[in-house]
Design a protein around this ligand. Structure first.
Ligand code: SF4
Length: 231
């Protein structure tokens, strides 16, 4: 397996831990606001072989507390099981970012005890994913991933990027009802300064939700989950 990137230190990618971040390439979604456009398109040059990553992790024992794996969409990577197993065998907890489109891969990782934390994006109400995915059955796969994560992930969070016109009070409340009882729901303000997968997305309109709107969304979602936060 070949990885596109290795960020040596992060304080924000694995909640509560100092981690490094591994980047896979390629994504099966087409989120207009995606900030990792090159990674999502699979155009990012491959840079690290698994053996290099293993050597790096061995050299950071005692300094790093975990490994975050992100993308692109990491569950598309054929070597994801081997990667997680190798990282776990070195004693590092694994955090996986996912769009939730491949519940079978998540099930395999969970059943083998190869992930410690899953962060799944929920971009919109599950029946309203046409701006993000061309898969007509995506809502079924997303629902399966949500159920599985809530039932069997050691730790997890669901996240929504709050960008107009995709996210508003109705959509956030619908998402919160879908994950009712979840341990953690994170609302992420959209960062307008970044370049997007759809370069026009930022230019056509201002997709930013301002702090008072974000607080309103949090107030709407909070009753349905154990913890709701803006990050
Ligand atoms: S934001 Fe969307 S397109 Fe970008 S990597 Fe995540 S799921 Fe893929």
């Amino acid at each position: 397996m070949i990885l596109a990137g290795l960020q040596k230190n992060s304080f924000i990618d694995f909640p509560g831990k100092i981690s490094c971040v591994l980047f896979t390439t390629g994504c099966n979604f087409i989120c207009p606001y995606c900030h990792n456009a090159d990674l999502a398109r699979g155009e990012y040059p491959a840079r690290f072989k698994l053996a290099q990553v293993i050597d790096f992790l061995k050299s950071r024992r005692g300094m790093l507390e975990g490994v975050a794996i992100t993308g692109g969409e990491p569950t598309l990577e054929g070597g994801i099981v081997d990667l997680c197993r190798a990282v776990k065998s070195l004693g590092y907890p694994v955090k996986l970012d996912t769009n939730g489109s491949r519940p079978a891969v998540l099930r395999g990782l969970l059943e083998q005890g190869l992930v410690d934390f899953i962060a799944m994006d929920i971009k919109a109400p599950l029946n309203d994913y046409h701006p993000f995915s061309r898969d007509p059955k995506i809502h079924e796969r997303l629902a399966a991933s949500i159920r599985m994560i809530m039932e069997s992930a050691p730790a997890y969070e669901f996240r929504t990027t709050c960008a107009a016109p995709f996210v508003n009070a109705n959509s956030v409340e619908t998402i919160a009802r879908t994950i009712e009882g979840a341990a953690c729901y994170v609302l992420q303000p959209f960062n307008r300064r970044a370049v997007c997968l759809d370069p026009e997305f930022n230019r056509r309109q201002d997709p930013t939700l301002f702090p008072d709107e974000m607080m309103r969304l949090k107030t709407l979602a909070a009753p349905f989950v154990r913890t709701c936060m803006i990050r």
